[in-house]
Design a binder for this molecule. Structure first.
Ligand code: MN
Length: 199
């Protein structure tokens, strides 16, 4: 039985146009995200087999593959929910207050998340996270899906900076894609995630 499964997109492929075109969303969800789900399940099967046989000769590689695929699945699941055809603008309420408290202003937060996403070297993400030890909001620049991450931090808002997220529409101009991302942010979703984890 598969542990991980591909969630449906919460909107049609073309729902985020003109900001993100339907062809990107279809490939991104149906091919890329699906591959992470399959990769996670396949790796779990291989780990079960390794345990059964007591043969851990390939364990280091399997652990890396597990972290990559589970994190890819988790971030993409978040990413679809983080976007909405009715998105954009600014947050309000507790989330807006927390952003001001931890980043000094919405503009400063906007600048940091934009720079984190735009400046990823290679493939990665810019992510707003809640760090539960200091009860603090942070922006992380994530490499691949799982590198450069503070342990235990909980992602609230993720901007995908992999070329597959934008290249068909924005070519090499990642900054224009990041600008478009801000137009589709589903702030009520981000606020609900913050409310669920903030203590
Ligand atoms: Mn992606």
């Amino acid at each position: 039985m598969s542990v991980y499964s591909l969630p449906d997109l919460p909107y049609d492929y073309a729902a985020l146009e003109p900001h993100i075109n339907g062809q990107i969303l279809e490939l991104h969800h149906d091919k890329h995200h699906a591959a992470y789900v399959k990769g996670a399940n396949d790796t779990l099967d291989q780990l079960a087999e390794a345990r059964e046989k007591g043969n851990f000769g390939t364990l280091v590689g399997l652990e890396k593959t597990l972290a990559f695929n589970v994190s890819g699945h988790l971030l993409h699941t978040l990413y679809w929910q983080n976007m909405s055809p009715d998105g954009g603008g600014r947050p309000d309420g507790d989330l807006a207050e927390a952003i001001t408290e931890h980043f000094s202003s919405f503009e400063a937060f906007h600048g940091q998340l934009t720079a984190a996403t735009t400046g990823v070297q290679g493939s990665g993400w810019g992510v707003l996270v809640y760090e539960p030890t200091a009860r603090k909001l942070l922006v992380e620049q994530v490499y691949d899906h799982h590198g450069n991450v503070a342990q235990g931090s909980l992602p609230l808002l993720a901007f995908d900076a992999w070329e597959h997220a934008y290249y068909l529409q924005y070519r090499n101009v990642r900054p224009d894609f990041v600008k478009a991302m801000w137009e589709v942010v589903n702030w009520p979703d981000v606020a609900a995630r913050y409310a669920a984890v903030a203590t």
